[in-house]
Ligand binder design. Structure first.
Ligand SMILES: [Zn+2]
Length: 325
């Protein structure tokens, strides 16, 4: 592999994470790099041998590799997420309603904007890509301040590396489809945080549903990696509730997982996140933002100027102008 895997920095004094930094460290960081990576995960059952925080650790470990390379800052993760209908009721899966989750994300964006981190790369580790873009657009419309967002749903970035022989794909390392806590996801988890996965305890799905309402290759279940006609999250009620059909808490075959199967895809993924980081900073170096993209900058220049300065430098906080966002 091109990149060395991270050993975990969530409470390390190395200043990768915002929560571990002092005011001095943040002021210095903002002069050089004002990009913040926001890992957005979930807490959900991943079977007998994989951790409940799997979706969160996938994106914190990816973020740590990028931050080590590039010197940007990482937000502490969003630990609890939104869940689609088919995941309801699984013990250990903590379900945050979509409107609460959306509002919570907007509050996080507002807080980082007010702290001076106004370029945000969101890294999603869970099947909630149908909710997160709403939060971005609602934040932008409510505040009308300059802010840059890039939402990275990691499976989408490396879709072709996640496809399986099961669906007639030949140039792949995976035998079975990417769904949940399965061969694919567990291979990536083992590559990124092998110490939290226990192969000897893993169990595979025993009962695949005998009959689907729609024919194979119609609904794209699991990361939309095939680009079949109906994205998985655009359907409900056409397949089983996981708690009934897959009481193992996995949808697939984690016992087939192998961290080596994730190596090629991870290199491509980390390259991509580093690339968008660089393109953002090249276009707008630390402290610079696309002011022309906001209506407010034309309408009320004094207000915009004060908001951009912030309360520590003689200006105003975002909250003095809009709350809640
Ligand atoms: Zn997962």
């Amino acid at each position: 592999m091109k990149y060395q895997m991270s050993k975990g920095y969530m409470d390390s004094p190395e200043n990768l994470y915002f929560q571990n930094m002092t005011g001095t460290a943040v002021q210095e960081r903002l002069k050089k790099n004002d990009i913040i990576l926001i890992p957005i995960g979930s807490t959900e059952y991943h079977g007998m041998g994989q951790p409940y925080g799997e979706d969160t650790f996938l994106v914190t470990r990816m973020a740590e590799i990028v931050a080590k390379e590039k010197g940007c800052t990482i937000s502490q993760p969003v630990w609890f997420g939104a869940h689609s209908w088919n995941q309801m009721g699984m013990p250990g899966t903590i379900v945050v309603p979509e409107d609460t989750f959306n509002a919570y994300l907007r509050a996080i964006f507002a807080g980082y904007w007010n702290a001076g981190f106004r370029k945000m790369i969101l890294l999603n580790g869970h099947g909630q890509e149908y909710v997160i873009p709403n939060a971005i657009h609602m934040f932008q419309k409510a505040t009308r301040v300059p802010c840059m967002f890039a939402f990275v749903n990691w499976p989408t970035v490396i879709a072709k590396y996640l496809r399986a022989k099961e669906f007639d794909v030949n140039d792949t390392q995976f035998d079975t489809a990417f769904r949940h806590a399965d061969e694919v996801e567990t291979s990536y988890a083992m590559a990124l945080f092998g110490e939290l996965n226990h192969k000897e305890q893993m169990e595979d799905t025993k009962n695949w549903p005998k009959k689907h309402v729609l024919s194979p290759k119609t609904i794209d279940l699991g990361g939309d990696v095939y680009q079949w006609p109906l994205p998985g999250h655009c359907t409900a009620g056409l397949g089983p509730l996981e708690v009934k059909q897959y009481p193992e808490g996995v949808v697939g075959y984690p016992t087939k997982a192998d961290p080596k199967k994730a190596e090629e895809g991870l290199d491509v993924l980390i390259d991509f996140i580093c690339k968008i980081h660089d393109e953002i900073l090249e276009a707008y170096p630390a402290g610079k933002l696309p002011m022309e993209m906001t209506e407010l900058s034309d309408a009320e220049p004094k207000l915009m100027d004060d908001l951009m300065k912030g309360p520590f430098k003689g200006g105003r906080s975002l909250y003095s102008y809009v709350y809640p966002v």
